[in-house]
Design a binder for this molecule. Structure first.
Ligand SMILES: CC(C)(COP(=O)(O)OP(=O)(O)OC[C@H]1O[C@@H](n2cnc3c(N)ncnc32)[C@H](O)[C@@H]1OP(=O)(O)O)[C@@H](O)C(=O)NCCC(=O)NCCS
Length: 151
């Protein structure tokens, strides 16, 4: 897991999911632009394994995408997860979720929130398999799910 730096930013921008998945997650370039705007509430990281770049994740802290304007119901969790097409199915997605969970626990947070596209290409089975449960909310057209964390 690496902080995005001038040295690795081109590698981060080169992470691409499969073409038939491009509608379910934003490209890394958009996430990095959002990370700039969100400052300390965004936590973008490059995922490297055995020297190879295998993916990108971005966590968020203390924000509520389901209700961005109203209310004090601040949440933290996984905002983006892009495992490179050639590296899917090798446990990197699970590793990424575990890494965000560890960071949230370190910050004293007891639930990890995320959202996922529903419909063709949905990663819902991946999230449900990791123990996420739908909260019953939608954030725009994405389902909101959460994972309870043991502190
Ligand atoms: C969804 C995604 C993050 C999964 O990452 P990954 O590295 O391929 O997944 P892992 O290898 O860590 O899989 C972990 C478990 O989930 C299962 N799994 C992964 N994707 C799955 C899918 N689409 N359907 C069913 N199960 C899936 C794996 O079989 C594995 O189960 P196991 O541990 O019982 O063998 C990756 O495919 C991806 O980047 N997809 C495109 C973008 C996306 O959907 N991002 C998430 C929403 S923003």
């Amino acid at each position: 897991m690496e902080v995005i730096t001038p040295e690795n930013i081109d590698e981060a921008l080169g992470v691409e999911v499969r073409a038939d998945q491009s509608h379910v997650v934003s490209p890394v370039v958009k996430s990095l632009a959002e990370a700039y705007a969100f400052g300390r509430r965004a936590w973008p990281r490059l995922i490297r394994c055995d020297g190879q770049v295998v993916g990108f994740l971005m966590a968020f802290f203390d924000f509520n995408f389901a209700r961005p304007v109203a209310g004090p119901d601040l949440r933290s969790g996984l905002w983006r997860l892009n495992i490179a097409a050639a590296h899917q199915g090798h446990g990197h997605g699970r590793f990424a979720v575990d890494a965000v969970a560890a960071e949230l626990r370190r910050r004293g947070t007891t639930r990890l929130t995320t959202t996922w596209h529903v419909g063709h290409g949905s990663p819902e089975p991946f999230y449900l398999g990791l123990g996420f449960r739908p909260t019953g909310e939608m954030s725009e057209d994405e389902r909101v799910g959460e994972l309870k964390l043991q502190v």
